[in-house]
Each structure stands twice: as structure tokens, then as C-alpha cells.
Design a protein around this ligand. Structure first.
Ligand code: NIG
Ligand code: FE
Length: 406
């Protein structure tokens, strides 16, 4: 009996990234059948009962799941090259923010930008990520802060998927910083976020998650608690920028709300890790921001590892703390700067990154899951982490369809 499918790829080494006890989830079988955008079967060539007019010889190269960049802010107006120069002269990220620059500078530029120009620049940045094997990107709002610009940003983010072969997951980050017009009453801004914007975001399905910046230059523990409550009441998932510059106990708070992820966490108190583990939250590490801000405090990797907290790696692509449109580069940084093994890094941009977005259908090569796949001309998966700017996928499929140039 032959089974009809849309594509068969033969002669590949499959790093499935499943948790099957083998390094990188290596599978013994070397062929894969794809139908209706999903993996239909993984099989041994001697058992080939699949028929398709499309057949690809993988030439013994490695097949990996498409990468998931689970934390970006890639929709924004302008750039912050001027601020970069100030930092080179010794001003800190926090000082610049306190003086009305930083995120607020980008808010001004994003409010002024047309939807069309925001989309054009976002497509450019997303393209850079896709060229390196990314097939799913999370995009946060947070550079509009007023109702109209936040909605504009989220709509632009969703539109990227109409132009490029990628899944876009959106997150509402109204609590990124207090906008100028609320400077003297930050609690009123929190009320606006909770009572006016979150209900619209939920009703119009503009985002699946709500995020906060829990920090002295962002929002307090109590303000974040109110925002998480509002998000939960509207059935939105929670993500959180926590313990990036200081320990405000934001991760523990986010864990109380079963956050999908706690992100940055350089200043996380190791005693708070068991709460994160219990909540099932993913620890999202952002080495691009660590590198860019010349940070010296590292996230508590050994303790996260010891507790078995899943760790993900993302670019944090944004105009201030991480203008880095390269997931492969931050994958290398995660090993060199944080000491993750190449295998941990690859789990961190596949299955754990998908988990940080609540996506069970991505990040692994497995029957029934999305056929987002990349073929790499390497001798071993560790090579993708070890070098910088050495590799691009030889071939790529998004939802089972071959991607031509990216
Ligand atoms: O993840 N920490 C807050 N948000 C971003 C930075 C945003 C910006 O500087 O524009 C981050 O690092
Ligand atoms: Fe961020």
C-alpha cells in the first residue's frame, strides 16, 4: 500500500530535538514524509511506502526544526545610534532612560512612523532572522504606549506573516515604560493598561500574551501584579522582563501567575528558581542585551540547570539594549558568555523557545507537528553554535513548503 503525501526528504540525519534520550534528539530513521504542512512520518528508507511527486535527496546533511526566536521587539521606528555613542562615553542604559531617552526615544519615533514604514523596516529585520533558519518569531508592542500606536504595532507585527514564510506570535507590552503624558501619575497609566487596553487586545485578538518590564525604570512589583491580574482575567498568557538590572522579585511574581516565561533574569535570586520550576515557566536568556549593556552579572545558569528549568535563547532584537538581528550570533553568545552547552542552546531555540510561547506544534521534528524544517550542511549540530557567521540553511521548508530565497 502506498500513502500519498506532499513531499519526501530522504537521506538526512535528523536532529529531532525530541526528548528521546539521544543527543539533539537524534533519530535512527533517515527519511521524512510531509503532508498538509505537517510531518506525516519519519521512516527508514527500506520501509518507504510514501508516494510524492516531490522528492528531495538530503545528501546526508542535518535536518533540524526551524528556529523559534521567542523574544523580540522588532517593530519600531527610528534607531538609537546616538544613545549607543552616549553609552560609549560612559552613560548607563538606566541613566539614559531616566533622562527621557532610551525606550521613550523610540516611542516618539514609533508614534510618528506610518504603518507602511513600520512594516517595511520590520520585514527587513525579520528577513535577517529568517535567513538564519528562523521560522517563528514573537514580536512585542511597547513603543507606542497609547492605544492607537500599540494597536498599530500589533497589527504591523501580524502583517509580517503575510509577506514572509514565518509564524508571528504577538505580545502586548504596554508596561514597557511610563509614557510622557502619564509621567506624574504612573498608577493611572497602569489603570489605563489594565482597564482600557488589555480588554481591547483580548477582544480583537491582537496578542496572545501580556508582558511587563518589572524594574525601577519600568514598573513596580505591585503595578506588575495588577497587570498580570488583568491579563489573567482576559485569558491572556503572561511573560515578563524581570531581574534584568536589579532583583525586584518579578520572576517569583510572574510564576504565581503561571507565566509562560521569565526573561533576562541576570539578577534572579537562586532561591526563587523552585517557584519558576513549579510554575512550568521557561527561563528566556537574552545574551544580546547582556553583551550590549556590558553587563557582568550572569543569570544563575548552574542553578537553573540543577532545577531542570527549561532554558530558551532569543535575540531580544530591539533598538536599545540588543540591536542584534541574528539568532545564530546570540546562540554563540549563550555558550561563550553564559556557558550553555551547544546542545542546551539548540534546545533553547527550538523546543524550549516554542514552550515559552505556549506552542506545542513547533520546535521538534515529530509526526503531527508543523513541518518547519531546515537542512544544514554541517558534520555535527554543535557547529551551529561554535562558529559565528559560518552557516546558512541549505534548504528550508515552512509549513511543508520550500522557501525559495529565505
Ligand atoms: O528587553 N528591558 C526592556 N526592554 C527591552 C529594551 C528595550 C529598549 O531599550 O528599547 C529589553 O532589553
Ligand atoms: Fe525585551
Amino acid at each position: 500500500m502506498t500513502i500519498q503525501c506532499d513531499l519526501v526528504i530522504n537521506n538526512v540525519r535528523i536532529a529531532s530535538m525530541q526528548n528521546n534520550g539521544e543527543a539533539y534528539g537524534l533519530l535512527l530513521q533517515t527519511s521524512i514524509a510531509i503532508k498538509d504542512g505537517k510531518v506525516l512520518a519519519i521512516f527508514d528508507p527500506s520501509q518507504d511506502s510514501y508516494h510524492s511527486t516531490h522528492r528531495v535527496d538530503g545528501e546526508n546533511k542535518w535536518l533540524l526544526p526551524g528556529f523559534v526566536d521567542c523574544h523580540t521587539h522588532l517593530v519600531y521606528g527610528g534607531n538609537r545610534a546616538n544613545e549607543f555613542e552616549q553609552r560609549l562615553q560612559g552613560k548607563s542604559y538606566a541613566e539614559i532612560a531616566q533622562q527621557g531617552g532610551g525606550i521613550l526615544g523610540t516611542v516618539l519615533a514609533t508614534r510618528q512612523a506610518s504603518e507602511q514604514s513600520l512594516l517595511a523596516s520590520a520585514i527587513k529585520r525579520a528577513t535577517r532572522l529568517l535567513e538564519e533558519g528562523v521560522t517563528c518569531i514573537e514580536v512585542k508592542s511597547g513603543y507606542g504606549l497609547d492605544m492607537d500606536t500599540e494597536i498599530k504595532m500589533l497589527k504591523v507585527a501580524k502583517q509580517i506573516a503575510e509577506y514572509l514564510p514565518v509564524t508571528i506570535e504577538t505580545t502586548y507590552l504596554g508596561a514597557h515604560t511610563v509614557p510622557e503624558e502619564f509621567r506624574s501619575n504612573p498608577d493611572d497609566y497602569v489603570q489605563f493598561v489594565c482597564e482600557q487596553v488589555i480588554p481591547i487586545v483580548a477582544q480583537q485578538k491582537l496578542a496572545g500574551c501580556v508582558d511587563v518590564f518589572c524594574e525601577s525604570i519600568g514598573f513596580s512589583y505591585e503595578q506588575c501584579r495588577k497587570i498580570f491580574s488583568a491579563a489573567q482575567n482576559h485569558q491572556l498568557h503572561i511573560k515578563a522582563h524581570v531581574e534584568q538590572l536589579s532583583d525586584l522579585k518579578g520572576a517569583k511574581l510572574a510564576a504565581q501567575f503561571q507565566a509562560l516565561s521569565v526573561d533576562h533574569i541576570e539578577y534572579l535570586d537562586p532561591q526563587d528558581i523552585s517557584a519558576i520550576k513549579q510554575a512550568g515557566s521557561v527561563a528566556v536568556l537574552l545574551p544580546g542585551a547582556f553583551y550590549y549593556l556590558n553587563e557582568t552579572q550572569k543569570p544563575p545558569i548552574a542553578e537553573l540547570r540543577a532545577h531542570g528549568v527549561p532554558m530558551a535563547i532569543a535575540t531580544d532584537l530591539n533598538p536599545g539594549s540588543s540591536p542584534v538581528a541574528s539568532l545564530l550570533t546570540v546562540m554563540n553568545m549563550a555558550s561563550v558568555l553564559f556557558g550553555l552547552t551547544p546542545e542546551e542552546v539548540l534546545y533553547g531555540v527550538t523546543v524550549h523557545a516554542a514552550q515559552a510561547l505556549g506552542l506545542e506544534n513547533k520546535g521538534q521534528i515529530k509526526p503531527g507537528l508543523d513541518a518547519d524544517l531546515c537542512l544544514w550542511d554541517i558534520e555535527h549540530p554543535a557547529e551551529l553554535v561554535y562558529g559565528i557567521n559560518q552557516h546558512r540553511p541549505d534548504a528550508k521548508w515552512f509549513a511543508g513548503k520550500a522557501c525559495k530565497s529565505i
